[in-house]
Design a protein around this ligand. Structure first.
Ligand code: GAL
Length: 987
């Protein structure tokens, strides 16, 4: 690097040259020339392959490709083959040697050109060229004049073009480098992608900038409005709804009786700035004040609880280039799932996303474009965060974050960035932010030990005990008592928890319980919102598609499917984890007390009364509705609980519900739905629900056992046939079967396979041979009242085993046909069993590729012992194919928890299953081995048999891929266990 090198800026840590001072993102009625659309494009392999006269206005680029701007160039060509380079995924590691600020010479560089017309009358004399996002560094020329260069991929950069812009034809040339010194500051856990990935425009500039300060005093109900304007001419402020028309926008203007802004009531007042030159700038003003009071985070004088998610910007075909529709979809889905907060991990989002947060109501932790995590493996040696050479870059990123987004009421916290160690540059960035905007709090998780420059004690992935200790202000002390005292005066936020990778996270209810028990705990943000899978086709002539993850583009270093760890699948379909989260964080809790014939409605809102909800009841007997109606619930104030006696029509419905007949349970379900349309969902949208068991099932009456009889090669017991040697059930009436056998293995979940903070569970499972257990039948003994099969499940080389006794009995059904078959399984661990079991149950298979399953029990989605809050008892029907949850990397899924009875309908007949009283049920068209072996969904192909698992229990899911494993109550220990299940083909 030297002063003569025209490309020195690429590796120079400085943030850029020639740029304008950062300012707020806003629109006005001054003209704008949008430059999104097709640009000429050429991908150079490195700095030695550049086009010499790229910037020359008359350069002939007609044989160059056309590339859409905005876009990430590696995503071009998908779902087929990427046309320019390829996406690459790493979590922590840089995909190049760590030698800051140097980057690889093989530095793919996109050369972009675009001619555009400036209409007559366009105020070119005060125009700016605006780039909203370019990854990672660039230089720009207009009509051959070099305007400057910049870095900071997810931040806006503007250049003054007043000298270079002319009426008529103009030519813009931009050189974008995949790697730059900036890449060292942008090591977020995501795909490495490059290009002009957000919009480009040329805009006339009048008012330069403004800063809306709109505070709310909850003691007086008064709002204070002050708009600091930077403009070449005088500017007036008008907010008609508040009666403000002022020549001094900075006022301050006091307004009595304003509605404050909050997530639940995102009240925005429309206003306008009007300059003497005639420019009009629309404003949307939200009054709100955030503060820490006695270690509790408050907004507008009341404590708030964050039920949030970390959101990356992602689309499976366009990467980090999003349409507004996609942003709207994210915000609406969040609101519809009771989410009230979002951390913009780990960079400022497209600014339009924040407009949506203002409008629909989401608290925002707005995060800077900063992560240097790849220095951690080297012990943080040469970490930019503590190196004066990078100070300017840090301050620049902080300033551009705050300046761009400062006018959003939804933004309550500035977050410096993520996982960048600690150091003077972070402290300096925090000081600059505080100086510029002391109305918001500052967050940075890396400063958790001393909290010397932040306002929140932020942690990620801590366990329940540590969280509860923090709630009590008893988190582990550090070496410095003064630090401890300071930290303990701050609210606690989980900036990341509940790692939603694959099947999980488990334990969300437990976290929520702890959070709600301690005012110091602000709540937190699930990691993360969306799986970043990339849609790909399996081959040029093959139109099957799948979601690619790390390694699928031949990366030299990568982190596999760690990039698929969201609550939404890549196509934004909610995963079971999101459905669970919605239930766990519902803002109104309905508790039914069957004994007292009443219910309680607890309002957990911050400011909203429950009056916006309609309450409805349904009574179901064995899953069949027998009555429904509405419930009058008094408008319940935030924080309050109302008790509601059951109305007469509900009591009548319950009294008339059937109470006899085995297997019938009567359930009351109460739902709270939107009474009228909200901006984020229509009337009738369900917000919360509660269920109560009113009449439990009665047990079946006595029955007469039938004797087992021996035949040529088989044993018969009622309608069942068993292989005489293996004792396995091979037929039940017309159904051919294989099994059942004791089974303890499941296709490992991501949480089973990975262990961010402890040894992965899979290690001890494999060491114990749980994936290769052999089922040895020891004895098959028919008798007068049934059949006993004795077996042992054990792994080669292991002296420990599970002794199992299968006791089969058949009972005469009403027609004396002996087709109610019962299996009692008794499992006795023998030898040492220090490891938990993945599952404990029996497995069998039948001929078929799909079937209809109807069950009575919790549903409709999958549920596991530590992720079952969202499953409600009812009668459900589904095709087997629809019962499979398509985790990006296939793994254990689809368990229906605590099923009372199920009916599986196949072409060959019907199999009925009865739990005693409950059984976990999984039905899938492929084996556990095939599920374990598949790396992507399209590799799973029905094999001609339906595999049935009837489990007494599963090991919990936990969140060990990045966080704690299942908590003690969800650990499936190998202990003596007995469970029963009944089969039939007709009752
Ligand atoms: C955190 C990090 C996130 C993500 C997560 C694991 O440490 O802040 O960006 O990498 O772990 O998915």
């Amino acid at each position: 690097m030297n002063g003569l090198d025209p490309h020195a800026y690429v590796e120079d840590p400085s943030p850029g040259t020639g740029r304008l001072r950062p300012r707020a993102a806003f629109t006005s009625d001054l003209p704008v020339i949008g430059l999104d659309g097709d640009w000429r494009f050429r991908l150079a392999s490195g700095l030695d392959d550049l086009t010499g006269d790229l910037a020359a206005p008359d350069f002939d680029d007609s044989d160059w490709d056309l590339l859409a701007v905005p876009s990430c160039w590696q995503m071009t060509g998908l779902p087929g083959e990427p046309r320019y380079g390829a996406p690459a995924y790493t979590n922590i590691r840089y995909p190049f040697p760590v030698d800051p600020p140097r980057v690889p010479g093989q530095n793919p560089t996109g050369e972009y050109r675009r001619a555009f017309e400036v209409p007559d009358g366009f105020p070119a004399a005060a125009a700016v060229l605006r780039f909203e996002g370019i990854d990672s560094a660039f230089a720009v020329w207009l009509n051959g004049v070099r305007l400057g260069d910049g870095k900071g991929s997810r931040l806006t950069t503007e250049f003054d073009v007043s000298a270079a812009l002319r009426p008529g034809r103009n030519v813009l040339a931009v050189r974008v480098h995949q790697w730059s010194s900036g890449s060292y500051l942008e090591d977020q856990d995501m795909w490495w992608l490059s290009g002009i990935f957000r919009s480009v425009s040329v805009a006339a500039r009048g008012v330069e900038d403004f800063f809306v300060h709109a505070a709310y005093d909850h003691t007086t109900g008064r709002g204070t409005l002050a708009v600091d304007v930077t403009a070449p001419t005088p500017v007036w402020l008008s907010v008609p709804e508040l009666g403000i028309t002022a020549a001094d926008p900075a006022g301050p203007h006091m307004v009595d009786g304003v509605e404050p802004w909050s997530d639940e009531n995102p009240c925005l007042y429309s206003g306008e700035l009007v300059s003497e030159a005639g420019e009009r700038i629309p404003l949307r003003i939200g009054f709100r004040t955030v503060a820490v009071v006695d270690g509790v985070l408050t907004a507008n004088g009341r404590p708030i609880s964050l039920r949030g998610v970390n959101r990356h910007e992602w689309h499976p075909l366009t990467g980090r280039t999003l349409t507004e529709d996609t942003m709207v979809a994210d915000v609406l889905l969040m609101k519809q799932h009771n989410i009230n907060a979002v951390r913009t991990s780990h960079y400022p989002p497209d600014h339009r996303f924040l407009d949506l947060c203002d409008e629909h109501g989401l608290w925002v932790f707005c995060e800077g474009d900063l992560e240097t995590h790849g220095f951690e493996p080297g012990g943080w040696r040469r970490n930019p965060s503590d190196d004066p050479a990078w100070r300017e870059a840090y301050l620049d990123r902080a300033a551009r974050l705050v300046e761009r987004d400062k006018n959003h009421p939804s933004v309550i916290v500035w977050s410096l960035g993520n996982e960048s160690g600690t150091g003077a540059n972070l402290a300096a960035a925090a000081a600059c932010i505080r100086h510029r905007d002391d109305s918001r709090l500052i967050h940075y998780e890396g400063d958790w030990a001393s909290c010397s420059y932040v306002d929140l004690y932020s942690r990620m992935y801590i366990g329940l005990d540590e969280l509860a200790a923090a709630g009590r202000r008893q988190e582990p002390p550090t070496a410095d008592p003064a630090d401890d005292a300071h930290r303990r005066s701050l609210p606690v936020v989980l900036c990341e928890y509940g790692h939603a990778m694959g099947n999980g996270p488990g334990g969300l209810s437990e976290y929520q319980e702890v959070i709600e028990a301690h005012p110091r705990l602000v709540g937190g943000f699930i990691w993360e919102w969306l799986d970043h899978g990339i849609l790909r086709r399996t081959g040029p002539d093959d139109h099957r598609s799948f979601y690619a993850y790390g390694g699928d583009f031949g990366e030299e270093v990568h982190d596999g499917n760690f990039v698929a760890d969201g609550l939404l699948f890549p196509d934004r379909t909610p995963s079971p984890g999101l459905v669970e989260y919605k239930k766990v964080i519902e803002p109104v809790r309905i508790r039914i007390d069957p004994a007292a014939r009443r219910m309680a409605v607890h309002n957990l809102h911050h400011v909203r009364h429950s009056g916006y909800l309609d309450f409805r009841w349904t009574v179901e007997d064995g899953g069949e509705p027998v009555g429904s109606g509405s419930l009058a619930v008094p408008a319940t104030a935030p924080g309050a609980t109302s008790t509601v006696e059951w109305p007469a029509d509900l009591t009548a419905a319950l009294d008339s519900a059937r109470k006899d007949g085995p297997g019938h349970e009567v359930w009351l379900t109460v739902t709270a739905v939107l009474a009228t349309d909200e901006t984020w969902a229509g009337a009738g949208h369900e917000v919360a629900w509660g269920q109560g068991l009113i009449v439990p099932a009665s047990s079946p009456g006595p029955s007469t056992p039938v004797a087992a009889t021996a035949h040529d090669g088989y044993l018969a017991l009622g309608a069942a046939r068993f292989d005489a040697r293996s004792g396995l059930l091979v037929r039940l009436a017309d159904l051919e079967l294989d099994g059942p056998r004791l089974d303890v293995w499941r296709a490992p979940t991501d949480n089973d396979l990975l262990g961010a903070f402890a040894e992965p569970q899979i290690k001890s499972w494999l060491a114990a041979g749980l994936d290769r257990m052999r089922h040895e039948v020891l004895r098959v003994a028919p008798d007068e009242s049934g059949l006993t099969v004795t077996a042992r499940l054990a792994a080669a080389g292991s002296s420990s085993g599970l002794d199992v006794v299968y006791r089969w009995t058949a009972c005469d059904g009403p027609g004396g046909d002996g087709i109610r078959l019962r299996l009692d399984t008794t499992v006795t661990p023998d030898g040492a069993w220090p490891v938990p079991l993945p599952r404990l149950g029996v497995a069998m298979s039948l001929t078929g590729t799909d079937a209809e399953v109807e069950w009575f029990g919790p549903g409709p989605g999958e549920a596991y012992r530590d992720s079952r809050a969202a499953a409600r008892v009812g009668r459900y029907r589904s095709a087997v194919s629809a019962m499979q949850t398509p985790y990006v990397r296939p793994q254990e899924n689809g368990n229906r928890h605590h099923v009372r009875h199920a009916r599986i309908t196949l072409p060959a007949g019907t199999l009925l299953i009865n739990g005693d009283p409950v059984i976990d049920l999984t039905v899938r068209p492929w084996s556990t081995a095939a599920l374990t072996a598949a790396a992507h969904q399209h590799e799973l192909v029905p094999g001609g048999r339906l595999h049935l698992h009837l489990d007494q229990a599963h090991h919990g899911l936990g969140s060990a891929a990045c966080g704690p494993g299942p908590s003690a109550p969800s650990v499936l220990a190998a202990v003596p266990t007995a469970f029963g299940v009944e089969f039939s083909t007709n009752w």
